[in-house]
Design a protein around this ligand. Structure first.
Ligand SMILES: Nc1ncnc2c1ncn2[C@@H]1O[C@H](COP(=O)(O)OP(=O)(O)OP(=O)(O)O)[C@@H](O)[C@H]1O
Length: 582
C-alpha cells in the first residue's frame, strides 16, 4: 500500500518537475525575444538620433545664411519669420540657376540639332559623292577603253605615217641641200677694209628671198655685178633659230630608226656658222646664257635627244648606240676617242681601209657605247677639246679639221647566230681586219669591249649609221691671212673640200668612176655620200651675209647647187611594211 502511494507521489513530482522545466524553458525563450526586440529598438533609436543630428546641422546652416548675428529665436514662428527672406533668396537663386540651366540646355540642344543636320548633310553629300565616284569610275573605264582604241589607231597611223614619211623623203630625193645665212656679226665689220666700210654697197649681200630661195646681190664698182638666185630644199634667214632648223632635220632621225644610213654635213666658208649649226655655240667657246639653256643647242645634242627618244618609244627592238669620233686633219684620220687625255696631241692616226662591198671601215676605230642623249653629248663635248683649231683673221676659233661623229645603231645578236658561238669570227665581222698586237685597246675602245681581242664579243647586226659632219671651213688665203703651217692646213682643207665637190660632181653626172680615193675625207664619208642606195644625206650650206665673203659664198652655193643634182636610188629600208601596233 505504502509502496503504491509512494509510486503515485513519485510520478506526480516527476510530472511537476517536467512541467516547471518547460515553463523555465518558455521564459528563457521569451527573454531572448525581448532582448532581440530591445536590440532592434536601440538600433532604431540610434538611427533617429543620427537623423536628428543632420537636421540640426541643416538648421544651423540656415541660421548661418542669415548672417553672423542671426540666431534662431527660441520660438519656431519667430525662427520661420527670420528664415523667410533667406528662403526667398534661395528660391530666386534656384530660379536663376534653373534659367541658366535652361539656357545651357537650349544651347546644347541647338548645337546638337545643328550637328545632327550637318551629319545628315555630310552623309547625303557622301552618298552623292559615292554615286559620282561610281559614275566617274564607269566613265574612266569607258575612257580607258577609248584610249586603248585610240592608242591602237595611233600605232597604226604611226606606221602609215612612217611609210608616207619615207615616200616623201624619197620623193624629195635622198640628198638634200639646205642653206643657212648667219647674221651679220661685229667681227664682220672689224675684218672689213676701210674702203669697203665707206662704200655705198650694203654690208649684207646675201638674202633669203623665201623658204627656198637665196639671193646674192652685190654691185661693186671694181667688180662685175652679181645678181644670182639659188634654190634649195630649205633656206634659213639670219633670224631663224636652231630649233626651226632642227625641225627640218628631225625627220631624218625617223629614217635612221627605219634602217637608213643618214649623213648630216655642214659645209661652208670659215666662220660662217658650221660648228654653231652642228654643235651649238658652246663648241665655239661661247657659253650659253643660263636664261636660254636650250635655245641655242645645235644639231648634235638635239639629234641625240631625238634618237634616244625614238629608241625608248620602241624598247622591244633593243637598239644599242656606239659612238666614234674622228677628225680628218691634214689628210690624216685621227680617232679622238682613242686619245688617252693626257697628251696634248690629237688621238692616234688611223687609216681608211676599203672592205668588201666597197664599204669603208676605219681600222681600229674606237666605238664607245652610249645609253642616253646626255652621255652622247658629253662624249662629243669631251673629244671636241682635242680638235685642231686656230685663230685666223676671219674667225677667232677656226676649226682646222673635218669632224665626223658617227653613231652606229646595232641590234642584239639573233639567237643561234653563228657569231654568237664564234667570238673571233664575230670580232672580225664587226671590226674588219684583225688588229695589230700593239693597238688592242683602241680596237675596242678599251672601255667599250673590255679585253678586246679574243674576248667574247657578240655578233651584233649594224642597223644603221648616223654621221654628223662639221667640215673645216673653206677659206681664201688672202682673206684669212694665214701663213706657215696654217697655210699648209688651209691647203689640205681646200683640197679635201675640192675632192668632196668632185665626188658629188661625179655622182651628179653619173660617172662610172667616183673619185672617193682622192682624199681621206671623201673616202671616210663614202657611206654618207655614195650613190646607189641606202643613205640619206643632208648638206647644210652655211654662208655669211657679208659683202667681203661674197666670192666664197658663191663657191659654197655653187657646191650646194651641184650636190642637189645628185640623183640617187631608192633608200633601202625606206618603206618598211606596216607593222602591227604594239
Ligand atoms: N646663226 C647664227 N646666229 C648667231 N651667231 C652665229 C650664227 N652662226 C654662227 N654664228 C657665230 O659666228 C661665229 C662663227 O661660227 P662658227 O664657229 O660656227 O663658224 P664655222 O663655220 O664653224 O667656222 P670654222 O670653219 O672656222 O670653224 C661664232 O661666233 C658663232 O657664234
Amino acid at each position: 500500500m505504502r509502496a503504491a502511494t509512494g509510486g503515485r507521489w513519485g510520478r506526480f513530482w516527476e510530472q511537476r518537475a517536467r512541467q516547471l522545466q518547460r515553463q523555465v524553458q518558455a521564459r528563457e525563450e521569451w527573454i531572448v525575444d525581448l532582448e532581440t526586440e530591445n536590440a532592434a529598438l536601440h538600433l532604431r533609436l540610434a538611427q533617429y538620433q543620427g537623423a536628428a543630428g543632420q537636421s540640426g546641422g541643416a538648421s544651423a546652416g540656415l541660421c548661418s545664411l542669415g548672417g553672423p548675428r542671426a540666431r534662431l529665436p527660441r520660438s519656431p514662428h519667430a525662427a520661420l519669420l527670420r528664415l523667410r527672406p533667406v528662403i526667398q533668396a534661395l528660391k530666386q537663386d534656384i530660379k536663376a540657376l534653373q534659367a541658366s540651366f535652361l539656357e545651357v540646355f537650349r544651347n546644347f540642344w541647338d548645337h546638337l540639332q545643328t550637328g545632327l543636320s550637318e551629319v545628315a548633310e555630310g552623309v547625303q553629300r557622301a552618298q552623292l559623292q559615292h554615286q559620282a565616284l561610281l559614275s566617274w569610275r564607269s566613265k574612266a573605264g569607258h575612257l580607258e577603253r577609248c584610249l586603248q582604241e585610240a592608242d591602237s589607231r595611233y600605232q597604226l597611223e604611226k606606221q602609215r605615217r612612217k611609210v608616207l614619211h619615207n615616200r616623201l623623203v624619197e620623193l624629195k630625193g635622198n640628198i638634200r641641200v639646205h642653206c643657212r645665212i648667219r647674221p651679220l656679226l661685229p667681227f664682220d665689220k672689224e675684218s672689213e677694209d676701210p674702203a669697203s666700210q665707206n662704200s655705198s654697197v650694203p654690208a649684207e649681200v646675201v638674202h633669203a628671198v623665201d623658204d627656198e630661195t637665196v639671193l646674192v646681190k652685190c654691185d661693186r664698182a671694181t667688180h662685175p655685178p652679181i645678181n644670182n638666185t639659188y634654190s634649195f630644199e630649205r633656206v634659213y634667214g639670219p633670224a631663224e633659230s636652231q630649233q626651226v632648223e632642227f625641225g627640218d632635220v628631225c625627220p631624218l632621225l625617223t629614217s635612221l630608226l627605219d634602217g637608213c644610213n643618214v649623213g648630216i654635213m655642214a659645209y661652208g666658208q670659215t666662220g660662217c656658222g658650221k660648228s654653231c649649226t652642228m654643235l651649238g655655240p658652246q663648241s665655239t667657246g661661247e657659253p650659253v646664257p643660263p636664261w636660254q639653256p636650250h635655245s641655242d643647242l645645235g644639231v648634235l645634242p638635239r639629234a641625240a635627244g631625238e634618237l634616244f627618244g625614238l629608241i625608248s618609244e620602241n624598247p622591244s627592238r633593243s637598239l644599242k648606240v656606239d659612238v666614234s669620233i674622228v677628225e680628218v686633219y691634214n689628210n690624216n684620220i685621227f680617232d679622238l676617242l682613242a686619245k688617252d687625255g693626257r697628251t696634248a696631241a690629237s688621238g692616234p692616226k688611223r687609216e681608211v681601209l676599203t672592205a668588201q662591198e666597197a664599204k669603208q671601215e676605219v681600222c681600229l676605230l674606237t666605238r664607245e657605247p652610249v645609253h642616253s642623249a646626255a652621255e652622247f653629248t658629253a662624249l662629243a663635248a669631251g673629244s671636241l677639246q682635242l680638235r685642231a683649231e686656230l685663230a685666223t683673221s676671219v674667225h677667232a676659233i677656226s676649226s682646222r679639221s673635218h669632224l665626223t661623229i658617227t653613231a652606229t645603231l646595232t641590234t642584239a645578236p639573233a639567237r643561234g647566230s653563228p657569231g654568237a658561238h664564234h667570238p673571233r669570227a664575230a670580232e672580225q665581222q664587226a671590226n674588219g681586219p684583225q688588229q695589230p698586237e700593239g693597238s688592242r685597246r683602241s680596237a675596242s675602245g678599251g672601255r667599250a669591249w673590255p679585253g678586246a681581242l679574243g674576248a667574247q664579243r657578240p655578233a651584233e647586226q649594224v642597223h644603221a649609221k648616223l654621221q654628223l659632219v662639221d667640215l673645216a671651213g673653206s677659206e681664201c688665203v688672202g682673206v684669212s691671212g694665214v701663213t706657215g703651217s696654217a697655210l699648209r692646213e688651209t691647203s689640205f682643207i681646200n683640197r679635201s673640200l675640192a675632192a668632196l665637190a668632185d665626188v658629188l660632181g661625179a655622182l651628179a653626172e653619173r660617172r662610172g668612176h667616183v673619185p672617193y680615193g682622192n682624199s681621206k675625207l671623201t673616202h671616210f664619208l663614202q657611206d654618207a655620200t655614195r650613190g646607189g642606195g641606202d643613205a640619206k644625206l643632208l648638206v647644210i650650206l652655211c654662208v655669211s651675209p657679208c659683202r667681203k665673203h661674197v666670192a666664197e659664198t658663191l663657191r659654197c652655193l655653187g657646191f650646194g647647187a651641184r650636190a642637189r643634182q645628185v640623183q640617187r636610188g631608192q633608200a633601202r629600208g625606206g618603206s618598211p611594211a606596216p607593222r602591227k601596233p604594239r
